[in-house]
Unconditional design. Sequence first.
Length: 187
Amino acid sequence: MKRVDAIRALAPHLAGRLVVSCNGMASRELYTVGDRPEHFYMIGSMGLASSIGLGLALRRPGRSVVVLDGDGNLLMNLGTLANVAERAPANYHHVVLDNGVHDSTGAQKTVSRAVPLERVAAAAGYRSASRVGTPEDLDRALAGFFAARGPALLLVEVEPGSIHGIARVEIEPPDLARRFRSAAATP
């Protein structure tokens, strides 16, 4: 399945949740599929979506926080899995779109095919961590994923590649921060 198709399947489940999306194509595709004030798109800062999501989940325990990550991004800050597991925020849900490459910079391979990231999350102490690889399995997993107590990780196997000619996130970073801060402040 293509990453954008996984994002399309995920998008309806994100309504009302605070979403921190990793830099690169995942954020660009999420923005294209359905921009919302509750979405914070990383622009730069590779690997830090999970750390920002952790801080947000701890600061806003009454809100559901979703980190939309890529395998390359997660590998850049792998230690965050241990920090998330140790703090164990029940409102933290981590979705990793794993295409086995750094798609935004030329499709250089990552080690995610040899190092199963859902197993790393489970070993670190996430309450649940699983992998899906088909649209049908993704739909089944999403039916209960966000109802489960976090921290939880769902790794979604996707194909390399992105939407040809996709635009960048058009919101200036200061404006993005302001609108997200406002959305995060409301119950």
